[in-house]
Design a protein around this ligand. Structure first.
Ligand SMILES: Nc1ncnc2c1ncn2[C@@H]1O[C@H](COP(=O)(O)OP(=O)(O)OP(=O)(O)O)[C@@H](O)[C@H]1O
Ligand SMILES: [Mg+2]
Length: 229
C-alpha cells in the first residue's frame, strides 16, 4: 500500500496565501512519518487533505497510484485523530462514541463488544467509563476515547494530529505502541507533532514543513537528509 500526494496546493476560503504549496510525497506501508514544523506551517492542513476532509485546491492524493474518490475508501482504510478531540466527539455516551464508526461496517455486536473490552484493557480503563457522557471527560480521556473509536475498526492508515498532547507518559507509551503495531502490520502512520523528541525512536522519517512547503526530509533509519531551498 502506498499513499501519495502529487503537487498539492491548498488555500483556505478567503485566505490571501496558500497553507500548502507543491507537496509531492510518497508514504509507504510499514513506515511511520513525522510531520513537524512551527505553528502555522501546514501540518494539520496536510493531514486533513490526506484524510480526504479537505479537498486540495490543486493536486491529488493517491492510494496505490489511483486518485482517491468517494468516501468508501476513506472509511475503510483511514483512521484520523484530530488535534482537538472535541471536534470528534458527538455521541451522548462514551460507548456510543466508540462504536459509532465500527457500526457502519460491522453488525456483529458480540465482536464489537469484545473489541471495546480489548481496547479498554489496553488503555487500562474501567468499563464504567462507557456510561460517561463524553463532554464530562477530561481532555486526555477525550483523546483516548476518540482514538479507541478509530482503532476499533482497524484502519490501515493512521493519521494522528498531535496525538500525545495532554497525555501522561503512560498513555504516550501506549500510543507509541499502537503506532509501532500498525507499522509492523504493514500499515502507514502519519503523525503531526512539534515534538521530535517524543517520536524520534518511533518514526522512520521526519518531514519538516515551513510556510506550507516541505523544507527538509530526514530518513532517521538511514541517516539521510535532503533539503529544499
Ligand atoms: N480554517 C482556516 N481558515 C483560514 N486559514 C486557516 C484555517 N486553518 C488554518 N489556516 C491557516 O493555514 C496555515 C496552516 O495552518 P495549520 O493549522 O495547517 O498549521 P499547523 O502546522 O498545523 O499549526 P499548529 O502547529 O499550530 O497546529 C496557517 O497560516 C493557518 O493560519
Ligand atoms: Mg496543527
Amino acid at each position: 500500500m502506498e499513499l501519495s500526494t502529487k503537487n498539492l496546493y491548498y488555500k483556505y476560503p478567503g485566505a490571501s496565501h496558500y497553507a500548502l504549496r507543491d507537496i509531492t510525497y510518497k508514504f509507504i506501508e510499514g513506515k511511520t512519518y513525522l510531520i513537524t514544523g512551527p505553528n502555522g506551517a501546514g501540518k494539520t492542513t496536510l493531514l486533513l487533505i490526506l484524510s480526504g476532509l479537505l479537498k486540495p485546491t490543486q493536486g491529488e492524493v493517491l492510494l496505490d497510484g489511483t486518485p482517491i474518490h468517494g468516501k468508501e475508501l476513506y472509511r475503510r482504510f483511514f483512521g484520523v485523530l484530530f488535534q482537538n478531540p472535541d471536534l470528534m466527539l458527538f455521541n451522548p455516551t462514551v460507548y456510543d462514541e466508540i462504536i459509532y464508526s465500527v457500526r457502519q461496517i460491522c453488525n456483529d455486536f458480540r465482536r464489537i463488544n469484545e473489541d471495546v473490552d480489548k481496547w479498554l484493557n489496553f488503555f487500562e480503563l474501567d468499563r464504567s467509563i462507557l456510561d460517561r457522557q463524553t463532554h464530562t471527560l477530561s481532555y486526555g480521556y477525550k483523546k483516548i476515547v476518540a482514538l479507541i473509536s478509530i482503532l476499533i475498526y482497524e484502519p490501515k492508515i493512521l493519521i494522528l494530529d498531535e496525538p500525545h498532547t495532554n497525555l501522561s507518559k503512560k498513555y504516550i507509551k501506549k500510543i507509541k505502541d499502537i503506532i509501532a503495531m500498525n507499522a509492523s502490520k504493514n500499515g502507514i502512520n502519519v503523525i503531526a507533532s512539534h515534538s521530535l523528541t517524543i517520536y524520534r525512536d518511533t518514526a522512520d522519517c521526519v518531514i519538516v514543513l515551513n510556510n506550507g512547503m516541505i523544507r527538509k526530509i530526514v530518513d532517521l533509519k538511514r541517516n539521510l537528509i535532503s533539503t529544499t531551498s
